[in-house]
Design a binder for this molecule. Sequence first.
Ligand SMILES: NC(=O)c1ccc[n+]([C@@H]2O[C@H](COP(=O)([O-])OP(=O)(O)OC[C@H]3O[C@@H](n4cnc5c(N)ncnc54)[C@H](O)[C@@H]3O)[C@@H](O)[C@H]2O)c1
Length: 425
Amino acid sequence: MTELKKINALMCGTGEYTTGWTGSGASTSDKKIGVVALTLFDLRRLGKVGHLGMVGVNGKKFPAIKSHLEKNIAGVYKDMDVSFEEFPKNGEVDAESYKAAIDKMQPGEAVIIFTPDSTHFPIALYAIEHGLHVLVTKPATQLLSHHNTLIEAAKKHNVVCFVEHHKRYDPVYSDARAKAATLGQFNFFNAWMSQPKSQLETFRAWAGKDSDIRQTPTHSYYLSSHHIDICCWILQDKAIPTRVVASAATGIATSEPYNCVPETEDTITLLVDWQSTTSQSHRGTAVYTASWTAPLKSGVHSAQHWYYMAEKGEINVDQAHRGYDITVDDTGKSWINPFYMKYSPSETGHFDGQRGYGYISIEKFIDAARSVNAGLTTPSYYDETGLPTIANTVLTTAILNAGRISLDEKRPVGIKKDGAKWILE
Ligand SMILES: NC(=O)c1ccc[n+]([C@@H]2O[C@H](COP(=O)([O-])OP(=O)(O)OC[C@H]3O[C@@H](n4cnc5c(N)ncnc54)[C@H](O)[C@@H]3O)[C@@H](O)[C@H]2O)c1
């Protein structure tokens, strides 16, 4: 058997998802020690990953981040090396230090991007053009045209480019997708995803660079992207979205005590028409709603449920309540989801979350990149699978981008294919 070589990787972004460290200290969400760095440290322990780098904007944050990782990862799990090369070095502040970090890398190495939404595209493109494999968090890009550019660039440079849609690896979601395939023509999909108002504090830090919180997210991009992707994945090769109309509720994020910039929306709903590709007469409707002004103390960090109806049946998924809850005097009742990231150590004291879908999502990318490097597979092979490659996720971006235009211009937006490319009209 061909021996797969270890792969070196660069983490872009030093925030909540990467390290669990936010501008105001350790995250209070369900990701106190993050996902990306922890997973890569564990994959290094298991021999899949070699040298690790991490790039942010403000190098002065690294001492605090390093002591947070030492204490909460190296100090908790056995045999965990939490070292990495930092960029920018010597406490410098440089929003473009990702270029210096990437310039030092060799083709075939890996870059994992968890930075504010508006920066995904320039960083991903820079990495791809250097012949590096890329895993970019969702939303891959804010504009469909940028998404199309990444598809072309990944093809040209023959690299793996995945979008980190980890919900595809949730055992419930992937099983539900298989069941949906047996239910005939699609008819109706309804998804709800929300996070508590307290998240608004985290996102305000994004305003630092973009100077406008709205530029970066709108939670439709941030939250709805999850279930829009699941719906697109269920309907892959079965139906296509043709028209998007969006509506937004406002007034909570912009009031005391959050005081977000006036354009910040609270709850966004996208209404999307879907046309079957196998039957002219079958059309479906999808309603995707995301809110980041949900109540505090609801017992879950992200409320998330969806409903799918087709010709021969229906599916109900409540991903937030999995029949496992804990009540503590101080904090009340909370519903736990260890299937995403399991932070409790194994019997031997090692990290034990290798079956969590947050972990699997990163591991599948690392495995694909190593397999391509060894000549066992080609990047285009992954487009033929249900994996979230940049090519396989283009309709998710098309819907999100169309939703943004519909809100801004107060009109329905069409989605159609122009030759091999998806465009908006
Ligand atoms: N936190 C989550 O639960 C979660 C889950 C899935 C996906 N995401 C996605 O991850 C991304 C970032 O999320 P986060 O929660 O870690 O945010 P965060 O605000 O905690 O961290 C963002 C990080 O990006 C860095 N950054 C900003 N501009 C940069 C640049 N030019 N070069 C390098 N680094 C730069 C900042 O220094 C910061 O460390 C977003 O796109 C978000 O949608 C987050």
